[in-house]
Write a protein that binds this ligand. Sequence first.
Ligand code: ZN
Length: 463
Amino acid sequence: MRPIYKPFLFLLAVAAWAQSPTRVDAIWSARWVVTMDAQRRVIENGAVAVAGDHIVEVGPRSDIDRRYTTLQHLERPDAILAPGLINTHTHAGMSLFRGVADDMNLQDWLQKFIFPAEAKNVDREFVRWGTRLALLEMALSGTTTFTDMYYFEDTVAEVTKQAGLRGMLGETVIGFPAPDYKTPQASLAATEQFFKQYADDPLIVPAVAPHAIYTVPNDVLKAARALANRYKKPLVIHLSETKTENDEALAKRKMTPTAALESLGILTGWTVAAHGVWLNDADMAILKRRDTGLAHNPSSNMKLASGVAPVGKILGLGIAMGLGTDGVAGSNNDHNMMEEMDLAAKLQKVSTGDPRALPAAQAFEMATITGARALHMDQLIGSLEKNKRADMITISLAEAHAVPLYNVYSQLVYALKGSDVTDVMVNGRPIVRDRRMLTLDARPILLKAAEYQERVKKSLGMK
Ligand SMILES: [Zn+2]
């Protein structure tokens, strides 16, 4: 008896162990889990198990509860659990200029207000507080990843890590003395340091950001591309935002901005281009061939009357186009991705005269998985799937405007608000809980914003 008894007990123990739930760091469950995986699964009464920085499993709550156990179970029976939103174009550090000059055209706005206001006000501390303000707003409205273009981007990186968001952060290179560096060469040298500093960071992807074809000389554009390729990092740039930009390029270079970038070899590598409002078919073919990611900014394009990007055509060609808010200093004026989804869908409908254009599910894709593709980061983020980074949000369905719910995508795009976002996790770390940011203290940020407002007004001679 004895020789058989022992192995039998051992087998019993193994069987029990195999069936006992695995301990994970967190389980979030909700009424609806919108996965954005390849099958676009929407799981009623679903849950997501998280270990460390990544997702272990996504499925019906009953399955997850049977297989996993945790001390951190967030239960939201009256909410949607979705991938974190991806803002593919913004200028976080400019937030302290929110509303400083509205209702004018882009060239006047830049030349008469923004460039002078920046020259007089923007320093490292301005960018630090502006970025804190932006990240507070972004996180509280469901953004987990953002692509930035501004100055002192190493400080933006510091604040982003502290706040716990994910950032593709582009140090701006421009053809005149900038607030941080006096020459484009100095900006490029600093960008190289920035690349080294964040060579392999879990949250930060450092980037080089030549502002646009009309503000950066050719040799600097080429040097920026070479630098990005040497370090295998992205180049981010504004592209065909306004008709003026296109007309100028055609007059001076006899080429569209996209064709000009292509002829200079600027698109030969990881690239994210913002706007793409005035692209023609040949431009789109180039961007498709180069696998350039695009950022569509409906609020900004409408507010500055830049035009309407041919989003349906771009997406139809298989070019990855995400959504962005652009900066809040005159071109939006907020960082609310829930609003961008809604406006993106409606702008395509009204401009094409076809209510079927850009349906809700596709608009939500732009804010999540397609945005991730535009950033070339879809292996890591953009959907709730096993082994992807745990970047996710819950959105409350408890308000009057959230019921009844017939279609989750319609609700997400047309009815729910940024202020319905209740909880946010990035890289496995909860950064918002019950609409309170856990990683940044809101009070001093709001006080600083008021302080800077007085300073900016004085510097521009405003009453
Ligand atoms: Zn921009």
